[in-house]
Structures are given as structure tokens and as C-alpha cells.
Design a protein around this ligand. Sequence first.
Ligand SMILES: Nc1nc2c(ncn2[C@@H]2O[C@H](COP(=O)(O)OP(=O)(O)OP(=O)(O)O)[C@@H](O)[C@H]2O)c(=O)[nH]1
Length: 535
Amino acid sequence: MPKPEALKIPVTLVTGFLGAGKTTLLNHILRQKAGKRVAVIENEVGEINIDNSLVVENLLSKEDLVSMDRGCVCCSLRNDIVGALRELQSRATSRAISYDAILLETTGLADPAPVAFTFFANSWISANYRLDSILCLVDAQHLRRHLEDAGGGDVNEAVNQIAFADIILLNKIDLVSAEELQSARDMVRSINVTADLVEVSLALNEDGSVKEGKQLAWDRLMGINSFSIERALQVDPYFMDSDSEDDSQGDREDGGNQPAEQQQQQEEQQQQGAAPQAAAAEQQASPAADPAAAAASPQPPAVGGKREREEEEQAVQQAADCGTAGQDAETEAILLKQRQQQQAATAARLAAQRQPKRRRKKLHDLSGVGSVGITARGALDKYRFNMFMRDLLGEKARDIFRSKGVLCIHGQEVTKFVFQGVHETICFGPAASGWQPGEAQINQVVFIGRNLDRKALAEGFRSCVWVELPEGWSEHHDPRSKQPYYVNSATGGKQWQRPQLACALVQSTQTSHQQPTALQPRRGSDGETVVAVQG
Ligand SMILES: Nc1nc2c(ncn2[C@@H]2O[C@H](COP(=O)(O)OP(=O)(O)OP(=O)(O)O)[C@@H](O)[C@H]2O)c(=O)[nH]1
């Protein structure tokens, strides 16, 4: 039984290309909270989830975060959205709390359309949740590059993300000139003319306020009810068509444990034109499902041909006219409800009218684009790490869309460091909160990009692990360049090159999950210190 719209939990879909500022925005929203209980669903493309720990510190409880780490939500994980929402629901029930809002952060490579579609196609989700808005972060500094060659596949997801957005946050305006900002603005508007466009710089000041751009108040972003199926259909006429054999699996009260027979029946029904989403949307549209709305709206919503559409448009116009005449809150609530019903009716009509044709099979061809996650135990030599990143990005900044990690630096082991890279722009500094009790002080990095060489990256990164110098040698730093040099106390000799003895014997792992368990210095047969990675 669907809940009345007002009782459904609003879900904000946060999209935006890799590194555009989605997690930063989440933290900005979570810091404000405005007395609300917010849950977060994270989906990261990287093999190691770095963002979780960066978000969790702003949540009321760790339990309010669910991760979907098995892949990109738009390609393979749509049923996982059902699973994630169910997980949050069961955690909330066991703690006797309820959520005022849910933020769903997609990966930077996700197409928002199939994710949004799930909120209408799945009857359990549409009965309990409503898609409040699609909020897209755009990186003003890298937008042109992202639009030109994001992903390298047939579809540029950066374009899709902007096209489907209800609100666009043109972010990082602190990093661009006035001309570059104007050009970014024009590029965004050439893709989406209707979205609310807000220019911001979300990198926060010490006090948590947003730098430069306007303060982004909670109610500018949350609970704004701005998602519109009509607009989504304008962007993609096949929005309401499924592109996945799996869609039906999550579309049940039992969350997906339906017997095969029943499933087959459902598929047959779909083939006969009785699309379940149409029925669900119709049910949602029916005032009978919501007594308050029924009282407010004596006429059932129109579902059908041109005449009904005209009636709908008239009703919308009337509602708008009433609104401009300055109505009280109750009337505004009724008008809002009518709008929602009309939207649902439109969705139902369009879904019922169209032969249930599968949405084009995913063109999200990310061939050559992937992620490499690397774990290294032992504190890192800061200088080597800097050099490694400098050389890597100097050579491959165009292909490495995103890099991020959590690091333990030699000599500063008590501090948890975070590094964030978007192409060649790198930020490095202490994390907002340090290592948690029981948290392993290990280095974890993720590189996301095109044609990544896993072995070379793993070897390069692990060679940055600090290892003891051989006896008699000490490390010093040039006061100007900060470059380390080495002094042999026995001979008094100095050299820039680190004494050869300390070389890491690195094994690259097949997957990031296959982490080395220990990194222990030992003596090599020739007396050299080597570091053996025990996998
Ligand atoms: N200068 C500047 N940096 C920003 C701004 N917003 C975000 N950043 C930085 O950009 C980097 C990426 O930000 P994230 O919020 O992690 O981006 P994201 O979209 O969540 O990244 P992925 O989840 O990996 O796609 C971080 O180093 C942020 O601190 C901004 O307005 N100005």
C-alpha cells in the first residue's frame, strides 16, 4: 500500500563527474542537518572506499551510512538500491528512529537516468520513497575536459549528469577566472536550460561555511520536490523503459526473493503491455490511495489521450493561478499534492501507452576506464610519495581522472592524512578527524582513469613506504628544496640518492582486496635491508 506522498522519505540523488565535489557537498549538508536525521547511501567506483570515512564523521551515527561497493550503481547495482534502502529501514526500525531525508551519492561515472528510474519502476521503493531532486555537481575548473572526453566510451556521462539535473551546483569557482566561469556557465546552459544553477565554492572555511559563493541553506537543496518525470522524459524519451533484466527482481514487497515462476508471470505481463510501473504509478496517482488528496481533488487524475492531457494542463494552470493569488499554506499543500498526482498520472499514462520496450542496453562503455586500489602497510616517506605523484601526474594527468587516499606518513604517524586529486590538482592534508580507535594505520589509495597500469602503480606507490636506512646512514633535508640527502657518519660522505639498501620488494596484488598483511624489514643475503611484503 503506497504511503501518501507527504509521508514518503525524500531521496536526493547526488550526481556529478569524478571529483566534482559530491562528498564535499554531502558533508556540507550533513553539517547543517537543520535538526533532521539524514541517511547516506554511498556508491564509489574505486576498488577501495575512501569516502565512507570522510562522510561518517558528520553523521549522527555510523549506522546511517550504507555503502554499495560492488560496482557502479547505474550499471549493475540498481537492485542494490532496494537492498540499501531496506538495510537503512531495518537499522532505523531497530533503533526506533526514522529518516527525514536520504542522500544517494552515485559514482562520478554514473548515468543518473537508470538510477532515477528505479524510484518509479520498483513498487516497494515508490510506495515508501520519493525522488526529491537530482542534484548535479559540476567542476568549473575541469568541465571542458570532462565534456570533451569523459570516460572515453560511447556516452559521455558528464553530459547526462548535467542534462538530468534539477539543480546544478557549478562548483570550485574559486579555481577559475571570470572568463572561465562564464564559459563553464555557458557550457552548462547549453546542456540544461531549466535547472536551478547555483555557483559555489564548496571547499569549506574553518567555520564550516561555504567559501565565496552563496551560503547553501538546507532548504535550497533538500525537500524541494523538484524532480519531474516530464522533464526526465524530455531529456530521454526512454526514461521509463527498463534496460535491465534485473529490474523486476527488486520490484517486490519481499525485496527480491520471488520464485522464478512468479517472475516469469510478471515478465509475461510486461510483454502484454501491463507494465508494472504503470500500475504502480497509477496507484500512486489515484486519490483513493490518499484520502486527504481525494478530498482535495474531486476529479480522478486524467490518464489517457489528448483531451485528458489538456484537462491536466488546465488543472495545473488553475493550480498555478490560485498560487499567484496568494493562498494559505493548506491550499499550497493541496496544489503541491495535485502536481505530484498529475506527475504520477503522466508517468502512468506514458508508461501504459508505450509498448514496454527495453531502455537501450547500457551504452555506458567504460572500456579502458577503471580503478586501481592499492594498500600499503608501513608509514610512507612523504618526499618519495610527493615525487611519485608529481611524476605520475606529470605524465598521465589527462588519463588519471581521479586519485584519492588515506595515508600514514613517517614521523607523523598519529595524524591521518587524506589526499585528493582531480587530474593534476592535488590537495593533501590532515583528515578532519584522526585515526579512529582500532582503525588500521595503513595507506590506501585509489586511482580512477583510463588505461591504468595496475602493476606500475602498485609498485610505484609501495616504493614510497619508508624503510630504515642501513647502519651508519642518516637522513637530512635541504632547507630550501626540502629534498632529503643522506650522510654516512663513518665516512662523512653525503649523497642525494637514498642508500640503495632500502628497496621495497613489491608484489603487485591482483585486486585491492588482496592486501599485504605485513611489511617487515629484514636483512638481505648481501647485508642489504629489504622489505618483504607478505601477502
Ligand atoms: N578549491 C576547491 N576545491 C574543492 C571545492 N569543492 C571540492 N573541492 C575539492 O575537490 C576534491 C574532490 O572533492 P570530492 O567532494 O571528494 O569530489 P567527489 O565528486 O565526491 O569525488 P568522487 O566521489 O571521487 O567522484 C577534494 O579535494 C575537495 O576538497 C571547491 O569549491 N574549491
